[in-house]
Design a protein around this ligand. Structure first.
Ligand code: GLP
Length: 244
C-alpha cells in the first residue's frame, strides 16, 4: 500500500490497530500487539496516543510484546527500547503495566536461553500475536533478525550486523558504544502473527524494500521471508516505494 506521505500512512496503520482493539473489546477479548521501535513507527504511536486522549481508544484490553532489545542494556538507560516505548506510547495511555512485554537486556548470559523460551511461551499463552508491526533495517533485518536468520528462528540472543551498528552509531554517540548483541523475536515468531504490517519511509529504504518485495526469498535478506506470509502488508510512502 503506497500512501502520499508517511503521515497519512501512519494514520492508516493507527486506524487499523485501533479498530482491532475496539473490535476485540466488544467481544470481551484481548488484542495482542507485536510492537517495533525505531524512527519509523513513532508517528503511528503519536496517533494512537491522540486517539486515546480524545477518548475514543482504551488500551485496557491490550497486551503487547516488543520485538527486541539491545544486549546488554539497562531498562532505564536513555538507549533502551523500554525507555523508547514508555516515551512514545506507554506513558501516555491506559495500558496495564503487567500487559507490557519487552525483552530484558539486563540478564546474565546464562539466564538468556530460558528467558527467551519463556518469552515465546508468553506469546503462545495469550493466543499469539494479532498484529505484528515492523520496520526494516538496511540489512533487511526485521526485529533484529540479521542476515543469516532462519525462517523458523525463535526469540534468541543475536550478534548485530556491522551495518546495523553503524546506523545506530549516532544515537549512541559512536559505533564503539553500540551494543554488539540484542535479544530479538525470531523470524518464526514474527511469521506466526496473524497479520504483519511493515512500514517504511524515505528513499533510504527503497533499495531494501525492492529486495524484500521482489527479491528471491533468502536468509541473506530476512525480510524476504515475509513473502511467505498470507496476511502481510507493506505500508510505504512514495519514496520508499520508488524502486519497485
Ligand atoms: C532497529 C530496530 C528495528 C527497526 C530498524 C529500523 O534496528 N530493531 O526494529 O525496524 O531499527 O529503524 P528505523 O525505523 O529508525 O529506520
Amino acid at each position: 500500500i503506497i500512501h502520499e506521505d508517511s503521515n497519512i500512512a501512519s494514520l492508516s496503520v493507527a486506524n487499523e490497530i485501533a479498530s482491532l482493539i475496539n473490535q476485540k473489546q466488544k467481544q470481551g477479548k484481548h488484542a495482542v500487539l507485536g510492537l517495533a521501535t525505531g524512527s519509523t513507527p513513532t508517528k503511528m504511536y503519536d496517533y494512537l496516543v491522540q486517539f486515546h486522549k480524545e477518548g475514543r481508544l482504551s488500551f485496557k484490553n491490550v497486551i503487547t510484546f516488543n520485538l527486541d532489545e539491545y544486549f546488554p542494556m539497562e531498562p532505564d538507560s536513555i538507549h533502551s527500547y523500554v525507555r523508547f516505548m514508555n516515551e512514545h506510547l506507554f506513558d501516555h495511555i491506559d495500558i496495564e503495566r503487567h500487559n507490557i512485554h519487552i525483552p530484558n537486556g539486563n540478564l546474565n548470559r546464562d539466564e538468556v536461553r530460558k528467558y527467551c523460551e519463556d518469552y515465546e511461551q508468553k506469546i503462545q499463552n495469550v493466543g499469539g500475536l494479532d498484529i505484528q508491526v515492523l520496520g526494516i533495517g538496511r540489512t533487511g533485518h526485521i526485529g533484529f533478525n540479521e542476515p543469516g536468520s532462519a525462517l523458523n528462528s525463535k526469540t534468541r540472543l543475536i550478534r548485530l550486523d556491522r551495518v546495523t551498528r553503524l546506523d545506530a552509531a549516532s544515537d549512541f554517540f559512536g559505533e564503539e558504544n553500540v551494543p554488539k548483541r540484542a535479544i530479538t523475536m525470531g523470524v518464526g515468531t514474527i511469521m506466526d502473527a496473524k497479520k504483519i504490517i511493515l512500514m517504511a519511509w524515505g528513499e533510504g529504504k527503497s533499495e531494501i524494500i525492492k529486495q524484500a518485495v521482489e527479491g528471491k526469498i533468502r536468509e541473506s535478506v530476512p525480510a524476504t521471508f515475509l513473502q511467505h506470509h498470507e496476511n502481510c502488508e507493506f505500508v510505504l510512502d512514495g519514496a520508499a516505494a520508488s524502486s519497485l
